[in-house]
Design a protein around this ligand. Structure first.
Ligand code: ATP
Ligand code: PLP
Ligand code: MG
Ligand code: NA
Ligand code: MG
Length: 303
């Protein structure tokens, strides 16, 4: 059966972030992807230079209007990522509400990109839109630890309890894509956590909490959060009530792509040299086989 995704994310001419990180891997896995480019930049903002255009809320509305007039506004999934404009985000909310009316079983996968390591990289006034409108509409949420705690700045509870608070706001599936928590496997591992609430056919509720210890690579990758959200969409489609299985495949894809990327980057940079942002662009096309059929490389524990 055909499965159609509306992805509203950044476009870059060179490299892989936003829609460039999501479209190819989703298509390889058989999804139809309709993409709206929230920005069109030359490259991601981690380079020395970047230039380009930003789509306004009005321009977004016009694009959606065209889709709607042709009555092709029926989607199975909507995927959103980085946005730095309040009115744009409000328009995204309106579109999601309409799409959910058209298809009540539409699944909204939201990567609430706000910042990391204590630094906000979107304006502060986006936070209430996320808290009051976006998170309540989302079905699958992929914040990092910083973003998760932003939603609950007064919370002194443990990270697992932060996921409970996020569930209470709306999403049945929450994955903290990166945290500062220490790994049981030592300092060379990055901890990610997941939590899923499901309703069984008999109406009873169950929940699953999982922990992933991801081998850390000593480099900064860009576009990995976007690839993570796209792969979680794909693999929860195949395992809607088994977060462990979905995350095992998602994180294994990440592992294969990152390994191929760092090996290539180190090769082209040369011995003892630190790879540049251009050299560290994800090796996406080269990872096609790993995306289609990821060998399980990272074990996921049920907590
Ligand atoms: P957001 O996009 O919401 O800001 P994030 O900060 O968690 O999320 P990343 O830091 O890119 O996004 O991490 C997403 C995933 O990418 C991780 O779960 C991991 O699988 C992979 N990843 C990113 N950086 C590394 C790294 N240095 N070593 C190993 N894996 C990494
Ligand atoms: N979109 C643009 C234009 C960016 O410059 C970036 C990061 O620099 C991202 C999205 C997000 O990338 P990531 O998936 O690493 O969070
Ligand atoms: Mg991060
Ligand atoms: Na994330
Ligand atoms: Mg991100």
């Amino acid at each position: 059966m055909e499965c159609r995704v509306l992805s509203i994310q950044s476009h870059v001419v060179r490299g892989y972030v936003g829609n460039k990180s999501a479209t190819f891997p989703l298509q390889v896995l058989g999804f139809e992807v309709d993409s709206i480019n929230s920005v069109q930049f030359s490259n991601h903002t981690g380079y020395a230079h970047w230039k380009g255009q930003v789509l306004t809320a009005e321009e977004l509305q016009v694009l959606y209007e065209g889709i709607k007039l042709n009555q092709v506004n029926r989607y199975d999934y909507i995927l959103t990522g980085y946005s730095r404009d309040n009115s744009f985000l409000e328009m995204v909310v309106d579109i999601i509400l309409e799409l959910k009316k058209t298809n009540p079983s539409l699944v909204y996968v939201c990567d609430p990109v706000m910042g990391d390591h204590g630094v906000m990289y979107v304006p502060e006034n986006l936070l209430p839109v996320y808290q009051e409108k976006i998170v309540p509409l989302s079905d699958i949420l992929t914040p990092n630890q910083f973003e998760a705690e932003k939603e609950h700045p007064r919370s002194l509870l443990f990270t697992a309890q932060v996921m409970e608070l996020l569930h209470k706001m709306g999403p049945g599936t929450v994955v903290l894509t990166s945290t500062d928590l220490p790994s049981k496997q030592g300092g060379k591992f990055l901890v990610a956590l997941g939590s899923q609430k499901t309703v069984k056919p008999d109406g009873s509720k169950t929940s699953q909490k999982i922990c992933m210890d991801i081998p850390k690579v000593d480099a900064v990758f860009v576009g990995t959060g976007d690839l993570f959200a796209a792969m979680l969409l794909a693999w929860t489609h195949h395992h809607p009530t088994d977060l462990k299985a979905a995350c095992e495949k998602t994180v294994s894809v990440m592992h294969h792509v990152i390994k191929r990327t760092i090996n290539y980057a180190n090769d082209v940079a040369g011995p003892g040299k630190k790879p540049s942002p251009a050299q560290l662009e994800l090796r996406m096309v080269q990872s096609k086989a790993d995306i289609e059929n990821p060998a399980i490389a990272v074990a996921v524990r049920v907590l």
